[in-house]
Design a protein. Structure first.
Length: 91
């Protein structure tokens, strides 16, 4: 279990909800097919969409993201690279 960071004043600083192992997370995806873990109780930020049916502890949700997000390139870059590969080059 992670120990909270102790500030130089001697007071414990709060641990981010993203660092908590006992938090329930969901998965978000944006228009570039990039994924993010998100605490289930936080509002979904603009530009992101909830992935239906994916929630659980951090380890479970990270495993889902690892299996689903196999190409880290943004969708726009993948499309551009595919278009470049399909375009014949002049020699």
């Amino acid at each position: 279990m992670r120990t909270p960071f102790i500030h130089r004043t001697g007071h414990a600083m709060s641990t981010s909800c993203f660092d908590r192992e006992d938090e329930t997370f969901v998965v978000l995806v944006n228009h570039e097919d990039q994924y993010s873990l998100w605490p289930h109780w936080k509002a979904v930020p603009s530009g992101w969409t909830l992935v239906p049916g994916v929630s659980g502890d951090k380890k479970t949700v990270l495993a889902w993201v690892d299996a689903a997000w196999t190409d880290m390139r943004p969708q726009s870059l993948r499309r551009w690279m595919d278009a470049q590969a399909a375009t014949p080059t002049a020699n």
